[in-house]
Design a protein around this ligand. Structure first.
Ligand code: SAH
Length: 457
């Protein structure tokens, strides 16, 4: 028999918070039973109201903090309580970096069984605000009114808002200007219930090193009414704008972009740089959201790869080839593989744009393409992986072990799957040498880590 649940709905109890979860909720243990409480911080004590109990865990709400953590700060954003974008604005910058390092350490210990690995201090930003180079804001009909803002926490409701302090200030203003024109001209916001209306999203992105801005209007209709007014007023107000694009999405779907894209003004793309490499970015291209920290992260990956110019490198899960191209000058040859064919086209174009001739890209699953390369006799000295949250496919780990590269550099956006995969690599004859968390998304609980594995003889 499992222990009875020690608390009931509507109880008011005193608790001490011990941990933070991936979504920034605090954890309180009551006789071994777990309660998740948004807004609490480890070490704090509070009186809470129990909202809901399930078999093995429940939820609570803070009524009163009775002991306050030294890491607690006032969240500067006025929309923080409702908007779902940020999770940990109530933690100081130093506290956030410590929290991220702790999350990596805990995962390595609990999931990987690693007790003696030194995890470096998280590399943060001096100014952990205004870093996002892309903003996409829904314009929607909600309860009969037009709203322009961000989604609420765990909901499809929109919080109307007029600025975002983690977004680059120029594109933050660009989307507000576009919104103002849309409202002045009475352009119908998208009505997702009836799949009616005109304007669904306004998106803007900036090349942070070049300063170039792209604006994207996502419409349900083929036409964007007052197109010329938008173009004139936006380009006059923001000389940084180099491209204005319309994307048509006629479907009743949560996906933001549709299949049809046309350039209304200026170029089809904007440019940005990471390290010495120039990237062309179209409305549909994936591009890292925080390029300053991306450069730091890839710098670490490059350092861990230990390249001298003679090495053959495989970049698995290569996206638009950002890491491959960043490393190519330091390697003999780089092979990149990625599942999305359009991303591979971008990677090839970016290689050509930068006159990089020693990088070769193939579309497909890493776990299918890399064994094929192995059969073709490709022998990597270094393998870099940067998988999505679910981590590497188990068969890819086996293939990597069989290929016996000197070093494996693992770039991870999820400490849990990183720990799982490092454990497998350790079983296959690799030792974990370095673990470096990098704060790519300040104010959120997202954690990026780069880890170096070296083959044991
Ligand atoms: N390294 C890239 C992007 C990494 S994100 C960069 O820094 O820009 C992870 C990438 O893995 C995504 O582009 C996703 O499309 C791709 N992906 C997901 N599953 C994959 C698989 N099984 N094989 C290859 N690529 C995959």
């Amino acid at each position: 028999m499992a222990n009875p649940i020690p608390v009931a709905k509507n109880d008011q109890i005193d608790v001490t918070f011990s941990d933070l979860t991936q979504d920034g909720s605090a954890v309180a243990k009551v006789n071994g039973y777990t309660l998740f409480v948004p807004g609490g911080l480890p070490g704090e004590k509070a009186k809470i109201h129990v909202l809901k109990t399930k078999k093995s865990y429940g939820y609570g709400r803070i009524l009163e903090l009775t002991q306050v953590s030294g890491s607690r700060v006032d969240p500067p954003c006025p929309f923080y309580d409702t908007c779902g974008g940020c999770h940990i604005q109530h933690i100081s910058s130093a506290g956030q970096l410590a929290y991220k390092r702790e999350m990596v350490k805990n995962a390595l210990e609990r999931i990987g069984g690693f007790t003696d690995i030194a995890v470096n201090e998280t590399l943060g930003m001096d100014e952990p605000w205004r870093y996002r180079n892309k903003i996409q804001v829904p314009f929607a009909l909600q309860n009969g009114h037009p709203v322009f803002g961000f989604y609420k926490k765990r909901s499809h409701q929109i919080v109307d808002m007029d600025h975002c302090i983690i977004t680059d200030p120029i594109i933050d203003k660009v989307v507000q200007k576009a919104r103002q024109i849309a409202e002045e001209k009475g352009i119908a916001p998208y009505d997702e219930v009836r799949n009616r209306g005109v304007l669904r999203h306004i998106m803007a992105r900036i090349g942070s090193r070049t300063g170039e801005v792209m604006v994207v209007f996502v419409t349900r209709t083929r036409d964007l009414p007052f197109r010329k007014v938008f173009i004139r007023e936006l380009t006059q107000a923001f000389p940084q704008i180099k491209s204005i694009v319309q994307n048509v999405n006629r479907k009743k779907t949560n996906a933001i972009l549709g299949d049809e894209t046309k350039t209304l003004w200026g170029r089809d793309v904007i440019y940005d740089k990471i390290g010495e490499v120039t990237f062309s970015i179209s409305a549909r291209s994936f591009f890292q959201i925080n390029p300053v920290q991306t450069e730091l992260l890839y710098g670490k990956a490059l350092e861990y790869a230990g390249l001298t110019g003679k090495e053959t490198v495989i970049d698995a899960y290569c996206g638009i080839g950002t890491i491959s191209l960043f490393l190519a000058k330091q390697a003999k040859k780089v092979y990149g593989v990625e599942i999305v064919p359009e991303a591979i086209e971008d990677a090839r174009q970016n290689a050509a744009l930068n006159k990089i001739t020693n990088a070769q890209f193939e579309a497909g699953k890493a776990e299918d393409v890399i064994p094929k390369w192995r059969q073709q006799g490709i022998q990597p000295d270094v393998i870099i992986v940067d998988p999505p949250r679910k981590g590497c496919d188990a068969s890819l780990i086996d293939t990597m072990i069989d290929m016996r590269p000197e070093r494996i550099v693992y770039v991870s956006c999820n400490p849990a799957t990183l720990a799982r995969d490092l454990k497998l690599l350790t079983g296959g004859g690799y030792g974990v040498k370095k673990v470096q968390p990098v704060d790519m998304f300040p104010q959120t609980t997202h954690i990026e880590t780069v880890a170096l594995q070296q083959r044991n003889l």
